[in-house]
Ligand binder design. Structure first.
Ligand SMILES: [Zn+2]
Length: 266
């Protein structure tokens, strides 16, 4: 009776059964969200696909289908009984508007395995590609310069070869890269700050939060990140108590739980 009833409710609500359940043996049902694009209401029927018997409560959640057609859970699955099923479906549908949206590509955000809330399209990976392309262009233009030098006399060539020994330093007097360090301690509540050319360019207080678990040798810091509503992916988050004066975008830890300043290391 309950199996028949459960299937009848799902049918009346416009759900269709899936052929497969990647995680278990119960039959999965889904249908489109009434208004949100690329969002599906997904129901784990709790009905065993082989025996046709009820093996558990019925679970309802929302999934976002990303560009790679992967289904990303954007709400926590809520389990209910047959009597609460329609109400739970409505509640999940309504929860869609509270799911954060990626400001870059408008996709929904979800909680990744790392625990970070990230864009379902992983759109930050394509920005990395752009950056890589830019640096490749730079390299190829350097190659052209090197090629040109072959046409000139041996002395000039030798001079250029010598110059190429330190091509990254426009000003040889600033050869030594300045290091800045701060005292980071286990238990510190931290966020991150963006650093460009040694200057703080963005503060992520309120959108990235972590707790320092360990501080190892050489200032290596292990942080348990508890919140990240930004597109700064986990691999980009800082792992040490220091940062360097450089032209690339870098991130440093900022201690929130006590006053901590960075100081130049001499
Ligand atoms: Zn995105």
């Amino acid at each position: 009776m309950t199996v028949v009833q459960r299937k009848a409710i799902l049918k009346a609500e416009g759900f269709f059964p899936h052929k497969k359940n990647g995680k278990g043996t119960s039959i999965i049902y889904s249908r489109k969200h009434p208004s949100a694009k690329f969002v599906r209401v997904v129901v784990d029927s709790g009905i065993d696909g082989k025996t046709g018997k009820i093996v558990g409560k019925v679970g309802v959640k929302l999934c976002y289908i990303n560009r790679q057609k992967q289904w990303r859970e954007i709400t926590t699955e809520v389990f209910t009984t047959n009597t609460g099923l329609v109400k739970t479906i409505r509640a999940q549908e309504a929860a869609e508007k509270f799911v954060k949206t990626c400001k870059h590509c408008k996709a929904k955000k979800f909680t990744a395995k790392s625990g970070n809330v990230v864009c379902a399209n992983a759109c930050w990976t394509t920005w990395g590609g752009k950056k890589k392309a830019a640096s490749t262009t730079k390299k190829s233009s350097q190659k052209i310069t090197a090629g040109k030098s072959q046409k000139i006399g041996p002395r000039q060539r030798r001079d250029q070869a010598r110059q190429r020994n330190y091509p990254l330093n426009k000003n040889p007097s600033q050869k030594k890269v300045q290091k800045f360090e701060a005292e980071i301690l286990p238990g510190d509540l931290v966020t991150i700050q963006e650093i460009i050319a040694g200057k703080m360019t963005q503060d992520y207080t309120g959108s990235v939060l972590g707790i320092v678990r360990e501080v190892e040798e050489h200032g290596y810091v292990k942080v348990h990140w508890t919140a990240n509503t930004t597109s700064v992916d986990e691999y980009m988050l800082p792992r040490s108590n220091c940062y360097f004066m450089s032209d690339v975008i870098d991130y440093r830890l900022k201690v929130l739980s006590r006053p901590v300043e960075y100081a130049p290391v001499t």
